[in-house]
Structure formats: structure tokens, C-alpha cells
Design a protein around this ligand. Structure first.
Ligand code: IPE
Ligand code: IPE
Ligand code: MG
Length: 241
């Protein structure tokens, strides 16, 4: 019998760049949307498994500020499907105490999708087993600039003393303000770049890149990434004693 995987040390926060849906579909001569559909199934599996492992927060990059450059038909599909996804899984999130949370500017998303997501956030706001943080119309540079503007405004209004501005207080102006520090960032599909994802938040995260396309990213693939993470020595600038 397969031995159950357990983390050697607790992990608070894992961030995923879910990539490769389109290539997964192309390889099978299917439309790109088929890759997004299959990819959505992996999302719940990842959430369930991370919860079982005791991970506190899962951040998923689902739609970047640059993804608006895709064909309208693909964008429309993605947001329609996202709405269906939350309609299908909201009850499970409530039952298993998963809190839904977002990062990014939702105002540009279709109204019915936003309504469903806001409802999911509201219905799960007291859930405390795992935070499911989904990034939609998210860009890290935009997030940092937005923070800088708010800081300037607070300074102007006399609400912020410049001596009080440090990496922690700066963090409190970001979408991720109440989340634990990112321990591990995983990107699927073989690309090794951040694509405007949580630049500030990954300052001391470990990065694991896997060639697997997101729709093929099952429990075993995640276990391989976690095993790789566990080989890393997180020194934070210190040296061995
Ligand atoms: C990731 O898969 C999903 C989104 C960015 C929405 P892609 O759609 O980027 O798939 P590839 O990279 O084209 O294979
Ligand atoms: C990053 O993937 C964005 C998401 C996963 C939502 P992309 O496929 O859009 O990134 P690039 O274009 O390869 O950098
Ligand atoms: Mg891609």
C-alpha cells in the first residue's frame, strides 16, 4: 500500500502559477478551453490536498492583467467557467471551512462572475481551515503602484509618518496584507518566470518549476514539488552555526 505523504515541517503558504492549459489541450488536438476546463478540476484537488497537509493558505494565479490581451472568446469562457466553478464548489468550501479570498481588481470582470465570487467570499468569511486566495485581473507591478499611491495619500493626510514606513507596513498596503508569508511558489508547464506575479511577496519564497502542464498536475506531482522544497535549506541570509 502507498504510504501517506506527510510534511516534515509545516508549510503556511503555497502560491501556484497554473500554466500550460492551452498546450495541454493543443497536444490533444482540443480547443484551449478544454485545457481550462480540465485545469479547474485540479484546483479543487490541490485545495483538498493542501488542506489535508495542514497548509494554511493557497494562492492561485488565475488571470493576469496581461491576460486581457487574449482573444475575447477565451476571456469570456474563462470568466463564465470561473462563475460555474464557484457555483459548483461553494457548498464544499463552506462545509470544509475554506475561506475564499481574492487579489486583483475585480471591477473589470463580468458582473455575474463578480457577484458569484463576492457571494462566495461573504459566505466563507469566517472559515478558518484554509485560505483559498485566487488572483484575478492581478498584476504585481500594478499592486505595488497602487500601494505606493495609497501610502502617498496617507502621508499627505497626516495618517502615516514616514519613519513608520518599513517592509512590514508597506506590506499592509498590498492585497496580501493579512496572509502568511509565501513559503513556496510552484509554476507548472516548464516556464521559469514570474509573469508579474507577487513580486514583493516571494522575497524569501522557494521556487519550484515543473514541466508538467497544469491539467496534469495531480497529487503525485504536488508531492514531488513538496519533496523538492523539503531539500531546500532556507537560510534567510544566515550561515550554518
Ligand atoms: C494558464 O494556462 C491559464 C491562464 C493563464 C488563464 P495558459 O492558458 O497560459 O496555457 P498555455 O501557457 O497557453 O499552455
Ligand atoms: C501567467 O501565465 C498568468 C496565469 C497563470 C494566470 P501566462 O501564460 O499568462 O504567462 P506568460 O504569458 O507565459 O508569461
Ligand atoms: Mg501560459
Amino acid at each position: 500500500m502507498k504510504e501517506e505523504f506527510k510534511l516534515k515541517k509545516p508549510i503556511n503558504h503555497i502560491a501556484f502559477i497554473m500554466d500550460g492549459n492551452g498546450r495541454w489541450a493543443k497536444k490533444r488536438l482540443l480547443p484551449r478551453t478544454a485545457g481550462h476546463k480540465e485545469g479547474c478540476k485540479r484546483i479543487v484537488e490541490v485545495i483538498r490536498f493542501c488542506k489535508k497537509l495542514g497548509v494554511k493558505c493557497v494562492t492561485l494565479y488565475a488571470f493576469s492583467t496581461e491576460n486581457w490581451n487574449r482573444p475575447k472568446s477565451e476571456i469570456d469562457f474563462l470568466f463564465r467557467y470561473l462563475k460555474e466553478f464557484f457555483d459548483d464548489y461553494i457548498q464544499e468550501f463552506i462545509d470544509t471551512k475554506v475561506r475564499v479570498r481574492t487579489m486583483g481588481d475585480l471591477s473589470r470582470l463580468p458582473e455575474d462572475t463578480v457577484k458569484t465570487i463576492e457571494r462566495a467570499k461573504e459566505l466563507t468569511k469566517d472559515c478558518d481551515q484554509l485560505v483559498f486566495n485566487i488572483c484575478l485581473n492581478y498584476g504585481s507591478q500594478q499592486e505595488i503602484v497602487k500601494a505606493a499611491k495609497e501610502i502617498a495619500q496617507d502621508y499627505k493626510d497626516g495618517k502615516l509618518n514616514l519613519d513608520d514606513l518599513n517592509p512590514e507596513t508597506f506590506n499592509s498596503y498590498l492585497y496580501s496584507k493579512d496572509l502568511p508569508k509565501v513559503d513556496l511558489m510552484i509554476r507548472t508547464s516548464g516556464e521559469e518566470r514570474l509573469s508579474n506575479f507577487i513580486l514583493y511577496q516571494v522575497a524569501y519564497a522557494e521556487f519550484v518549476f515543473t514541466k508538467t502542464y497544469w491539467p496534469d498536475f495531480r497529487e503525485n506531482e504536488l508531492i514531488e514539488c513538496l519533496k523538492e522544497y523539503e531539500t531546500r535549506d532556507r537560510r534567510y541570509g544566515k550561515i550554518e552555526e
